[in-house]
Design a binder for this molecule. Structure first.
Ligand SMILES: [Zn+2]
Length: 217
């Protein structure tokens, strides 16, 4: 849920951006009643195939990374995604576009998304937890943490470690959270209006958090 709120913190889509996002959704075969005005939030499951995520099928449709163009691509528990798919994200993260090829066609789609992902500290999720003991072997933990390659980690700008938060605390801090979100949104709006922020920088920021808090919300 915290990842999903990110789109509301980003600047609104310009008219040209709305047209670009709508075209991509239409090309992917989505039934649209109207033009897309909100920044996309796409959360493909780790069982989704390469064609679904990157693009392809019988003829080269835009994949989830292109449907997330100008918005957020959320990968929950990144290590669960096939290594080959994670590695194929490196090029579009760098180039902000993806070339989709099939037997007799070659298409290039935009893929300028903010990648947001979560990762557990270990397979059972309790390594380092103060309230519950981790049941994983050291070799399991090392193998799990190695699933994200060095080059992929190099492309991640921001890594945030999140501790488990008791449910009672979550329920009583809603008001403060809302105030903080409004304050953050205000800062972004002011910066955008004054051209102080390059929106590409905002969009390209990548966040990986441990899932403890994200799974509870
Ligand atoms: Zn564990």
């Amino acid at each position: 849920m915290p990842a999903k709120t990110l789109t509301s913190l980003l600047p609104p889509l310009s008219n040209d951006e709305q047209v670009a996002v709508t075209k991509l959704h239409s090309l992917a075969g989505k039934l649209l009643d109207d033009i897309v005005t909100d920044r996309p939030f796409r959360a493909p499951h780790h069982t989704a195939g390469r064609a679904t995520l990157i693009g392809g099928e019988t003829y080269p449709r835009p994949g989830e990374i292109s449907l997330a163009h100008l918005g957020v691509l959320f990968l929950d528990e990144i290590p669960e995604y096939p290594h080959s798919i994670l590695e194929s994200l490196r090029q579009p993260i760098e180039d902000k576009k993806i070339a989709v090829s099939r037997a007799n066609s070659h298409v290039e789609y935009p893929a300028d998304f903010m990648l947001v992902g979560t990762v557990n500290p270990c397979p059972c999720g309790y390594y380092g937890d103060a309230t519950r003991e981790c049941s994983c072997a050291a070799t399991q933990i090392m193998a799990y943490q190695k699933r994200l390659s060095g080059p992929m980690l190099d492309r991640i700008d921001l890594i945030v470690s999140v501790s488990r938060v008791p449910n009672d605390t979550l329920l009583t801090t809603n008001l403060q959270t809302n105030i903080q979100q409004l304050a953050a949104k205000s800062i972004i709006t002011i910066a955008t209006e004054n051209n102080l922020t390059d929106t590409r920088v905002v969009r390209n920021t990548t966040i990986i958090s441990q899932t403890a808090i994200l799974k509870q919300s």
